[in-house]
Design a binder for this molecule. Structure first.
Ligand SMILES: [Zn+2]
Length: 181
């Protein structure tokens, strides 16, 4: 089963100490992500970036749940400098559409296309945040028929009002058919 590693949103704005929407301990996953990406276990390594227009509907000033984060072209939207880029085959930006959440990387039709071109039928997910963009990507991957593994040791969650709590998201993913590590 050819498998893709999808590193979800390991970006400056999602990591302490300076991120605009820092996921607690979000910076601590760097070592594990590099280990996974540098292993021979994956046919393809994709790193996604949340990549929003400045007036994205998820921002508090537009009535959304989040502070301004990952605005296209800003330092905050760049991949975390600790991620070893030489292991990343493709950087995929999502969340460009003002009106949609942009939580799932499968919102970009080219992801499905890329995976099918490579004959990939399994995806291994890690990154930020477990209960938001990892969750959204995992649920879409399951819905599209991929075999899905979620590595919670290489992911971190962020709990916020109105958002599925991390523990709940993990059991939901497991019940939906993902292998949760
Ligand atoms: Zn976002």
């Amino acid at each position: 089963m050819p498998e893709a590693l999808i590193i979800v949103d390991f970006q400056n704005d999602f990591t302490p100490p300076a991120g605009a929407l820092a996921v607690p301990e979000g910076d601590e996953i760097a070592g594990r992500l590099n280990e996974l990406a540098g292993s021979d276990g994956f046919e393809l390594v994709v790193a996604t970036r949340d990549w929003h227009p400045p007036d994205h509907s998820s921002f508090a000033e537009q009535g959304g749940p989040w502070p301004v984060h990952c605005v296209q072209g800003t330092e905050g939207a760049e991949l975390h400098p600790a991620l070893e880029r030489e292991h990343v085959d493709v950087v995929l930006d999502k969340g460009q559409d003002r009106e949609t959440e942009g939580y799932s990387a499968f919102e970009r039709p080219d992801l499905g296309r890329l995976l099918s071109e490579r004959g990939i039928d399994s995806v291994y997910l890690a990154g930020l945040a477990t209960n938001i963009c990892v969750r959204g990507t995992a649920l879409d991957a399951l819905a599209e028929g991929y075999s899905v593994t979620v590595d919670t040791g290489a992911s971190r969650g962020v709990d916020a009002e109105g958002i599925v709590p991390t523990a709940e998201a993990v059991s939901e993913l497991s019940q939906a058919g993902a292998t949760v590590l």
